[in-house]
Design a protein around this ligand. Structure first.
Ligand code: GLU
Length: 449
């Protein structure tokens, strides 16, 4: 394990381990935040007195439920559904739903925990939560996805609401799934309640820029880190992993800013296109036809498909992991740095292992951890909620400007906090500490609740 835990924080972490056995991703996410918090307790003894860290590590509510549905053959299938309502100090629980076979309580808790601090960094009134299911949308028909989503919402609806808990998308949950769930919520409750879900379609309460927001926001964040080092994206070779919503719009924005993205990937392998990824082709394959990225080489003959390869072996100056957790380990991080990587912006949640984070921090490259770099998605969800509340919809330009302003503010807050706490340029500390302090202050104000 990388750095040490402060002596006041260490027993709290031991308690997290003991109370949450087997939830390794949650342990990792909790440890990563707790490692930053020792100096905060020195400056703010009231947080220790009120046991704020202990309270933050315990979700306010955890819901686990059965999701029965019928597949196309008429057979009954059973999945497990989750919603972890982690912290509502700053607003209604807010965070996505992940549908992926790897989902279990430990994954949802790591995501929900990260979401608390990420959402706090946006400065918008949103608490932290996360949910999902071990349902695998891969290879399922539209009917099967609808049947699953309806069953999932038939339980979830009683726990959510515009002032209570507002789910959205994550891996495996996009516009199609949000549509089926919104439809079922409306049917059960007899309420056209736009504010209950975000990531909605543009004709029924959605916000422009929400689809692009996580990717665009991550690129804006890296752009700010580069600017702080008197550099830009112009002419940079960039490596992006993944081929979902985050990867697609990360690639688009990098190309707009003059960089060149040469990779994309899925769980089977990666594409290397030295001329730069053809975004229209990637969108057609992934968003429209829901195909695997190996088919990319059928249309771009010079591009290479490397099955089961390691995408981080491709030399790049900027790396933007946009697939999933723990996709960059210590050796991958060392290889990136050795090959000339100067900036990393995490579009995915916790894509770098603790060993990898240590490598980036020691090399003093510009490293933007997910809870800061990918906060643009949830921030734009909060903008969608604002538009819903005023029964209004903003233009693309206006919404994108708001997103850019929010990412700039998050960068500044993390940077300033990293200086205040004696680790200038360490965005891990900056993000953890700044996010924590916002939540902690509200919790102190509310008393023991
Ligand atoms: N799933 C996204 C995240 O990891 C977005 C959540 C939301 O919009 O509520 O932050």
């Amino acid at each position: 394990m990388p750095s040490l835990l402060d002596e006041k924080v260490s027993p709290i972490y031991q308690e997290v381990l003991a109370r949450n056995p087997g939830e390794t991703e949650f342990h990792q996410a909790a440890r990563e935040v707790l490692e930053s918090l020792g100096p905060v307790l020195v400056k703010h003894p009231e947080f220790a007195q009120h046991k704020i860290i202990e309270r933050i590590c315990e979700p306010e509510r955890q819901i686990i439920f059965r999701v029965p549905w019928r597949d196309d053959k008429g057979e009954v299938q059973i999945n497990r559904g989750f919603r972890v309502e982690f912290n509502s100090a700053l607003g209604p629980y807010k965070g996505g739903l992940r549908f992926h076979p790897s989902v279990y309580l430990g994954i949802i808790k790591f995501l929900g925990f990260e979401q608390i601090f990420k959402n706090a960094l946006t400065g918008l009134p949103i608490g932290g939560g996360k949910g999902g299911s071990d349902f695998d949308p891969k290879g399922k028909s539209d009917d099967e996805v609808m049947s699953f989503c309806q069953s999932f919402m038939t339980e979830l609806y009683r726990h959510i609401g515009e002032h209570t808990d507002v789910p959205a998308g994550d891996i495996g949950v996009g516009g199609r799934e949000i549509g089926y769930m919104f439809g079922q919520y409306k049917r059960i409750t007899n309420r056209w309640e736009a504010g209950v879900l975000t990531g909605k379609g543009l004709d029924w309460g959605g916000s422009l820029v929400r689809t692009e927001a996580t990717g665009y926001g991550a690129v804006f964040f890296v752009d700010e880190m580069l600017k702080a080092r008197k550099d830009t994206f112009e002419g940079k070779i960039c490596s992006v992993s993944g081929s979902g919503n985050v990867a697609i719009y990360t690639t688009e924005k990098i190309h707009q800013l003059g960089g060149k993205v040469v990779t994309c990937s899925d769980s089977n392998g990666y594409i290397y296109d030295e001329k730069g990824i053809d975004l229209a082709l990637m969108q057609q394959l992934k968003e429209v036809e829901r195909r695997r990225i190996k088919d990319y080489t059928q249309y771009r003959k010079h591009a290479k498909y490397i099955a089961k390869g390691n995408i981080w072996e491709v030399p790049c100056q900027v790396a933007m992991p946009s697939a999933t957790q723990n996709e960059i380990n210590g050796a991958d991080a060392a290889m990136l740095v050795k090959n000339g990587c100067i900036a990393v912006g995490e579009g995915a949640n916790m894509p770098t292992t603790p060993e990898g984070v240590k490598v980036f921090l020691e090399a003093q490259i510009a490293y933007g951890p997910g809870k800061a770099a990918n906060a643009g998605g949830v921030a734009t969800s909060a903008l969608e909620m604002q538009q819903n509340a005023e029964r209004n919809s903003w233009t693309f330009d206006h919404t994108e400007k708001r997103l850019q302003e929010i990412m700039r503010n998050i960068h500044e807050l993390c940077y300033e906090t990293s200086i205040e706490y004696g680790t200038p340029g360490n965005y891990v500390n900056g993000a953890n500490i700044a996010g924590f302090i916002r939540v902690a202050k509200a919790m102190v104000a509310f008393g023991v609740v």
